[in-house]
Design a protein around this ligand. Structure first.
Ligand code: ADP
Length: 150
């Protein structure tokens, strides 16, 4: 069984994240989406709302699970018996960060990071912009996965 985790903050989970997971299902039997809790990072959506959004998005997909984790990402991967970490890459700005963290995770645990390039239609989508739009009272349904209601 090939299992990957897809870790992130997901504040909120967007259609860009959704697309990475959907494409990841062609490579992995199961994907566990992990909402990483970092108490130093203030979020707009609380953990249970972030989990609810992800569960709505994948309600019809038994190969995708979602959970909250408080540990190091590699320890979370081991705890769910995942051999891979899935991540998405939008721009060169994401690249150095992903490489550093991916190298560190592999050296510490042997767990490989698999990176998918974002679909160009979603390259501009980010949780940060979604939160900004919400703060100005704008509708962000175009940023959300299908079948998700906030
Ligand atoms: P983190 O705080 O770990 O960066 P995020 O929730 O911002 O968590 O992102 C989780 C993963 O999803 C990261 O690999 C990020 O690069 C990727 N990602 C974010 N937005 C998009 C998008 N629009 N398309 C593809 N991947 C994305």
């Amino acid at each position: 069984m090939k299992r990957a985790i897809f870790p992130g903050t997901f504040d909120p989970f967007t259609i860009g994240h959704y697309s990475i997971v959907e494409r990841g299902l062609a490579m992995f039997d199961e994907i566990v989406i992990g909402i990483g809790v970092n108490h130093l990072k203030k979020t707009l959506f609380d953990e249970s709302k972030r989990l609810d959004i992800i569960r709505q998005a994948f309600a019809g997909e038994p190969r995708v699970k979602a959970m909250i984790y408080n540990s190091l990402t590699i320890d979370f991967a081991k705890s769910v018996d995942a051999q891979f970490i899935l991540r998405g890459l939008r721009t060169v700005a994401d690249f150095e960060y992903e490489r550093t963290i991916g190298d560190t995770n592999r050296i510490l645990s042997g767990i490989e990071t698999v990176i998918l390039f974002t679909e160009s239609a979603y390259a501009h989508i980010s949780s940060t912009v979604a939160r900004d739009l919400i703060s100005y009272g704008k509708d962000i349904s175009a940023f959300l996965p299908p079948n998700v209601k906030l």
